[in-house]
Structure formats: C-alpha cells, structure tokens
Write a protein of this length. Structure first.
Ligand SMILES: [Zn+2]
Length: 230
C-alpha cells in the first residue's frame, strides 16, 4: 500500500513521450504539466513517507509548485492542461494542509500504511465506557461528576468557587496528559522513521493507541472548558 519513490512505475510524458515517474506534476524533460499523479501526499512534494518532516522545505516546495500551477501560466494552454493545473492545485493544497499539521500527518501516514487510526470511533468514543483509557478510569469518573455538578450549579445560577477551582485544576492536569501524549508521539515518529518493517509495525500500533488517547483527552478538555465558560 505504501508507495516508495524508487519503485514508482515510469510513465510516458503525453507531450515529449519520454518516460518519467508518475508522481511528477511536471515532466522533467519538457517541463509540461502532467495529469494528476497517482502517488501519495508525500510523493507530491518529492518526499519519502516520514513523520519527522523538514517543514521549511515542505513549505518552500509547496509555494514553488503553487507558483508553477498558477492559472495565469495556463491562460493559453490546452483544455487538458488547464484542467490538470486545477486538479493539481487542489491536490497540493490538500497534501500541504495534511502534511504540515503533526496530527493530520500522523493519521494520514497510518492510513497510508493500512494501520487503522481509530478515526471511525471518534463519535462513539465518549459514549463507550470501555474506551476510557484504563489508567484514567477513576479520574474520568470523578471529573464527570464534577462537570455534572458544575453544570447543575450553573443552571441554578449558583457560583461555586470551590468547584470552579477543582475544575481548573482538573483542566491543568488533563492538558498536561495531552502534552505527554504529544511527546510520546514524537518519540514514535523517530522510531518509525528509522525502524525496519517489524519496528514500524509495532510503532504503528502504539501511535494508533496514542491517537485514540489523544482524542479522548481533548474531548475531556473541551468539556471542561465548556463548563468553565471559556
Ligand atoms: Zn515531457
């Protein structure tokens, strides 16, 4: 499923007929625009799939390609070339938005390699008690009670400074847990980037679990913020 640059199949340029890799937006021989490539978001920018990316280089390449795809450059081009320039522009916009964001990039790569990122469970996560991370069961139980009390007090028009303070404390705690997940993810990135197939597989599992945990925690933080009125 994962496409690696070196193994990409060469295809012939529609204009000059010389073969080139099919992830190229422009023919390296005659510079003509090519039909939208079949590769992944990484290959669009000439990158290998990696979780640690040089974001400055990615941005530079994005802007370089955006300029090359600018509609003004295709004002006198054929219909196909015009169409391809629009399709390629949409593609590099999506690719850039996905790759520059650490979480989206991680989710995308996991999907690319066929590891389920658990995204399907987003809606169900909050209702399904079994999805509460095991080490957080007690805290989440307590937090939910605090949230419920604060909601009721709010509805009754009461201001309970004590419950406010304990919710703020809980917020700090869960934000810290989120930060911890993010540092764990960064460690996983490096292991995945440098690992062989077995190491990568193991790390993929870890990242899927970390992303699930992250979603769960950010929902909790969102709930706390909501009841605190932030
Ligand atoms: Zn060509």
């Amino acid at each position: 499923m994962l496409k690696v640059l070196d193994s990409a199949v060469p295809i012939a340029c529609w204009s000059c007929s010389i073969g080139h890799n099919d992830f190229t937006l422009f023919c390296p021989h005659c510079s003509k625009i090519q039909p939208p490539p079949g590769g992944d978001y990484f290959s669009v920018f000439g990158l290998q799939p990696r979780l640690n990316l040089d974001l400055a280089a990615l941005e530079q390449e994005f802007h370089r390609l955006s300029r090359k795809l600018h509609p003004d450059r295709f004002a006198r081009a054929g219909e196909h070339e015009k169409e391809w320039s629009l399709a390629d522009t949409a593609l590099i916009n999506d690719a850039y938005r996905t790759l520059k964001d650490p979480l989206r990039r991680t989710e995308y790569l996991l999907r690319l390699v066929g590891a389920d990122s658990g995204e399907k469970a987003v809606g169900a996560a909050r209702k399904d008690v079994s999805r509460v991370p095991a080490d957080l069961l007690e805290e989440v139980f307590e937090l939910n009670m605090q949230i419920e009390e604060a909601r009721q007090a709010k509805q009754a028009g009461d201001h309970d400074a004590e419950s406010q303070a304990s919710l703020e404390e809980a917020q700090q705690k869960f934000v810290a847990l989120l930060d911890a997940v993010d540092s764990d993810l960064r460690v996983s990135w490096t292991v995945w980037d440098n690992g062989d197939e077995a190491a990568r597989k193991a790390e993929q599992k870890k990242m899927v679990a970390l992303l699930d945990r992250r979603r769960y925690l950010s929902n909790l933080v969102r709930d706390i913020k909501e009841v605190l009125g932030e």
